[in-house]
Design a protein around this ligand. Structure first.
Ligand code: MN
Length: 722
């Protein structure tokens, strides 16, 4: 088809006429401007049918003006709905030339156009919500319905694969959705067209049979309507009466549901009476007339005038026994009810009259929209009203796809981490990155409706505390918190173990109260935080548990420590054999071994080898379950070499005693005195003597010798207490 000047003039005239008839206000200049821009923008494009592409936006606009007549804004938006997606014209340009509203509607139609591409439809209701969540102006959806309807009307020109995809989408999403908006006519047509492409065989069969019986049905309808006309005319009523168009898909559904052949679907004969009056009472008046003519079937009677359907459908449905005993359904309604039934939302523009807002349920929302249309029809200066076209439905949710096309509903501003937890807590647990629409994005970047999100995981990845700052869902938050808590519990346990070991080492006992005192003294929030600090080595436990204030025993200890250190240094490095050679080692404070003592090494976590006396009690309990941590170690030096030992000696402070002691030592097996320290208090002398001696056996013999000196009370090996 070619678009000649005359043809285009005619098209524009038709459109403007339709708008003048159907719309409350018509900005003709704006419509002409939109018409021209669309024509120019699409001039080099063609449809699959070979027609100039402009015919598509034009026909979509005609559908809007005729089937969904709202306002001139939606008409112009329909003209321009494919311009941004398919041509070089930018959204900014549209906004500059046509205003923000039209630009936003065009943008919305473009965006939702691609949403279902490549997705298999699994959760239709969610898809409808997805659509709503993506738009903030109801006119986007209405233009989209018109777009879809025209595409369905011209579906024969695209590939079979595309036919199936678009038809399925139409049947699952757009048709029920149109119904929710009260757009019955659009719904029927969408359904029948989709049915035609999805089940050609059944469609053709129904079509064929209806054609065969058409004459018969028309005759029957004449038979039944003739007496009705007569009576209605008698009463001087203004009305329209006729057979009701049957919709193939609804017949098909009935056949399936009732498991009956076409011939047995009872209400194939149906007539409709539309009263030109606006008075609902006239419907009941007509009902009375009909019931006098034909016998009604009471349990098939439905009064949707007193109780409208949820989409505001109003009508009387009355089934009577017609000529030849056939059941006939007769619908009675006013013109206004009829328009609302056929055009739904759009018709309310003209009629409806009550106002109530504030709900987010879809039904309530549709009602709200109707109310908005109603108030707009009062021709109020528009700004405020047009603001009301804004949707608030599902705007706090986003609808995103898995790679397989499943839809997930998440709160707005959700991130890939939320999405990952939505799929499975394990996916969230190990998520390391995400691809949104094929591109790698940071885990913290918000996703939006219609995005396809793929989560990348790694076994080594674990939840991170920082995730809590950006996740939105409760599921993600609680799972991350749970993980962090568990991790902290583990660290607390480790801290406790270290703590217990230290207590043992210093032979200290801390009650829970004592710990609490310490915790608050160190300014920790609670015990757990304290133990975490212990585990992470942020506290010097040594200086806390081994304070420098000294008692008498401590003095002894300290002196012995110095002695032990000196004695050990004097013999050189301890010998560690085998695989642990070269390990860092230190001397256990619990038993403080000195050269000459039988020793053994214990491998600690993080502190190298600790060298204990073989008979250390602490060691015995430590190694109970961990024999494998024990390593053989030895003091350095050849057998028979000397080591440094300390002797404590107490006695009566008498003249000559020091000389006697010295003699006892010097005369014994080449033992050499290293140092002698003697203090006297109240005629008691206290001596510390260090000697080089061959081994512990000789040391014990020497101690026995010293004890035999006159006035000596006690002789002991200088050793750690206990
Ligand atoms: Mn289109």
């Amino acid at each position: 088809m070619e678009l000649t000047e005359e043809k285009l003039d005619e098209m524009l005239k038709d459109l403007l006429n339709l708008c003048r008839t159907n719309l409350p206000n018509v900005n003709e200049d704006l419509i002409i401007k939109g018409f021209k821009l669309s024509l120019e923008a699409h001039k080099n494009h063609f449809r699959a049918s070979g027609d100039p592409y402009f015919l598509h936006p034009y026909q979509v606009t005609m559908i809007v003006a005729k089937e969904i007549p709202l306002d001139d804004i939606s008409v112009v938006s329909a003209l321009l709905h494919d311009v941004v997606e398919d041509t070089d014209i930018s959204l900014e340009f549209i906004e500059k030339e046509f205003g923000k509203e039209i630009a936003e509607i065009v943008d919305g139609v473009t965006k939702i156009g691609g949403v279902f591409m490549g997705q298999s439809i699994t959760q239709a209701e969610n898809y409808r919500k997805l659509l709503l969540s993506m738009v903030n102006d109801v006119r986007v959806i209405l233009v989209k319905f018109a777009d879809r309807l025209h595409n369905m009307r011209t579906l024969e020109f695209v590939s079979q694969h595309k036919q199936r995809r678009i038809a399925t989408e139409t049947l699952e999403i757009y048709a029920p959705f149109a119904n929710r908006f009260g757009l019955a006519k659009v719904k029927w047509e969408l359904e029948d067209l989709a049915f035609k492409y999805l089940n050609k065989e059944a469609y053709n069969e129904i079509s064929k049979k209806l054609k065969e019986t058409r004459r018969e049905r028309e005759d029957y309808i004449k038979n039944i309507t003739a007496p009705i006309r007569e009576r209605l005319d008698e009463h001087e009523l203004s009305y329209e009466i006729g057979g009701r168009p049957k919709h193939f898909y609804s017949i098909y559904k009935k056949m399936i549901k009732q498991n009956k052949p076409l011939e047995d679907i009872y209400d194939l004969s149906a007539i409709r009476i539309i009263l030109e009056s606006n008075d609902p009472n006239e419907c009941y008046y007509v009902l009375g007339i009909i019931n006098q003519l034909f016998k009604p079937i009471p349990d098939r009677f439905k009064d949707f005038i007193s109780i409208p359907k949820r989409n505001n459908y109003q009508s009387i449905h009355n089934t009577v026994i017609g000529p030849n005993g056939k059941l006939v359904e007769i619908q009675i309604r006013t013109r206004q009810m009829h328009e609302i039934a056929e055009k739904g939302v759009a018709a309310h523009w003209k009629y409806k009259e009550n106002m109530d807002s504030s709900n987010t349920d879809l039904e309530d929302w549709v009602n709200l929209i109707r109310d908005i249309f109603e108030s707009a029809s009062k021709d109020e200066a528009s700004n405020e009203i047009l603001q009301s076209f804004k949707l608030n439905l599902y705007q706090d949710e986003i609808y995103v796809f898995t790679p397989k096309g499943d839809l997930k509903i998440l709160p707005i501003d959700s991130t890939p981490v939320d999405f990952a937890y939505e799929i499975h807590s394990k996916v969230g647990y190990h998520c390391i990155g995400a691809k949104v629409n094929g591109k790698i994005v940071p885990l913290s970047s918000p996703i939006t409706s219609g995005d396809q999100v793929e989560i990348l995981t790694s076994k080594n990845q674990h939840p991170n505390k920082s995730w809590l700052q950006f996740v939105q869902t409760h599921k993600a938050k609680s799972n991350i918190r749970k993980y962090i808590q568990k991790e902290e519990d583990r660290i607390v346990e480790t801290g406790k173990e270290i703590w217990e070991r230290k207590l043992k080492k210093y032979k200290l006992i801390f009650t829970s109260d004592d710990i609490n005192k310490l915790v608050s003294k160190l300014k920790f929030e609670n015990q757990a935080k304290f133990f975490v600090a212990v585990a992470e080595d942020r506290i010097d436990l040594e200086s806390i548990l081994n304070p420098v204030e000294l008692k008498e025993d401590d003095i002894h200890e300290l002196e012995f420590d110095n002695f032990a250190k000196y004695a050990r240094d004097s013999v050189g490095e301890v010998v560690v054999e085998g695989e642990h050679k070269g390990f860092v080692y230190s001397y256990a404070k619990c038993c403080n071994p000195i050269p000459g003592d039988p020793i053994v090494g214990y491998i600690t976590i993080g502190e190298g080898i600790k060298i204990h006396r073989k008979n250390c009690k602490n060691l015995l309990s430590l190694s109970e379950n961990s024999e494998s941590r024990l390593v053989p170690v030895e003091w350095p030096g050849e057998k028979g070499s000397f080591f440094l030992a300390g002797i404590s000696i107490k006695g009566e402070d008498r003249p000559g005693i020091l000389k006697d002691i010295s003699n006892s030592i010097a005369g014994f097996n080449n033992t050499n005195i290293k140092s002698v320290n003697i203090s006297t208090t109240d005629s008691i002398f206290n001596g510390h003597i260090t000697v080089y001696i061959q081994d512990v056996m000789n040391l014990n013999k020497l101690i026995d010798r010293l004890k035999k000196n006159k006035g000596v009370f006690s002789v002991e090996r200088f050793d750690a207490h206990n």
